[in-house]
Design a protein around this ligand. Structure first.
Ligand SMILES: Nc1ncnc2c1ncn2[C@@H]1O[C@H](COP(=O)(O)OP(=O)(O)OP(=O)(O)O)[C@@H](O)[C@H]1O
Ligand code: SF4
Ligand SMILES: [Mg+2]
Length: 324
């Protein structure tokens, strides 16, 4: 088997605050292959965004990557000088944020900001830059892209603005795009359109994509593999179809049971009891134990990851594998 494009091992990103050391990412490991879509899912505060920012070297004090390895091809990214990381960002790794205005400058036309993004990495003439910009805008579903290049961000609707931000991420044909809840603020039909377009884009361009969402339904519609995060750790990972059919971690089981599509008409939606823990006061042992119906005394010790073929889970008492 060929080496993965991105190889993350034992990544730990902590925040050193007055409330103590918050282990936002605590020993995260996964691989990403070229052209693969990986879904990263979990409740609010589980460490999804901090994982994404860590990959791009975007962690600021009081946060710091304290351990682990992030290898892109054969290059180690942890410990790279800031200038080298800046050079990689956009060119090899790009990020799409929930709020497109994090990426877009309100006082520049789309053409001007795309030219700046291109010019940061290579010398491109204005004419060639416009042609590349129009091409990526067309790819993300912006009609009449060549003309729309001269518009400002506020002249686009929310859904179109997010498409423009995705186009900026695509401009330099990066190897990996990390998309952090980019469709969460959009209405459901626009979200569905963008998800379908992203799937086609990844297939056409061979870009690998990490799609972060708190919504398991969104992630499972898009990703071929799922990572489920809880309190800074990956508690379950595997191919989407297998995880959906046969979750092994009780938290994944709870997330699936609370999907509206799994409830019969008129039936009350199930919920995982309790709330996600705050990192300043994490429960000892398995962090999920206060909310877990299967918890017993063994769960006072944090479980290690059990690996089985293409999947893995961290639980002392995993859900049973259903009969085939
Ligand atoms: N700048 C910061 N300073 C201190 N702690 C932080 C900071 N950023 C993140 N954290 C800690 O890291 C935890 C994980 O944050 P993160 O943003 O990764 O969560 P998330 O899974 O993306 O949640 P959401 O679904 O709400 O976006 C937070 O709950 C918080 O405790
Ligand atoms: S280790 Fe124990 S508490 Fe944690 S998810 Fe498994 S059964 Fe539940
Ligand atoms: Mg987040």
């Amino acid at each position: 088997m060929s080496a993965p494009l991105l190889r993350v091992r034992d990544l730990a990103t902590h925040f050193f605050t007055r409330a103590g050391v918050l282990k936002a990412v605590d020993g995260v490991s996964f691989d990403l292959s070229a052209g693969e879509i990986l879904g990263l899912v979990g409740e609010s505060g589980s460490g999804k965004s901090v994982t994404g920012y860590s990959l791009l070297g975007l962690i600021d004090p009081p946060g710091r990557i304290v351990a682990g390895s992030i290898r892109l091809h054969d290059q180690e990214l942890i410990g790279l000088p800031p200038a080298a990381l800046r050079d990689l960002r956009g060119r090899r790794l790009a990020m799409v944020f929930q709020d497109p205005m994090t990426t877009l400058n309100p006082v520049l036309t789309i053409a001007a900001q795309m030219q700046l993004a291109l010019g940061a990495h290579e010398r491109v003439s204005a004419r060639a830059g416009r042609a590349r910009a129009a091409d990526v805008l067309t790819r993300v579903g912006i009609p009449d892209a060549a003309r729309r290049l001269d518009a400002y961000p506020h002249q686009f609707s929310g859904g179109m603005r997010q498409r423009v931000a995705i186009a900026v991420a695509l401009l330099n044909r990066p190897d990996v795009i990390v998309a952090d809840e980019p469709t969460t603020a959009l209405d459901v039909s626009i979200q569905a359109q963008i998800l379908a377009e992203m799937k086609a884009l990844v297939r056409d361009l061979g870009t690998a994509l990490i799609w972060i969402s708190h919504d398991l339904a969104v992630v499972s519609a898009l990703a071929s593999r799922i990572l489920v995060m809880y309190a800074g750790r990956i508690v379950e990972q595997g191919p989407t179809a297998t995880v959906l059919r046969a979750p092994r971690h009780p938290y994944t089981g709870g997330l699936l049971d609370s999907l509206p599509s799994r409830a019969a008409p008129g039936q009350t939606l199930q919920q995982i009891p309790g709330l996600p823990p705050t990192l300043a006061a994490l429960p000892a042992g398995c962090a999920f134990h206060p909310r877990c119906a299967r918890a017993d005394v063994a769960c006072q010790v944090a479980p290690e990851t059990t690996l089985a073929g293409t999947r893995g889970w961290r639980c002392h008492h995993p859900l049973a594998e259903p009969a085939p």
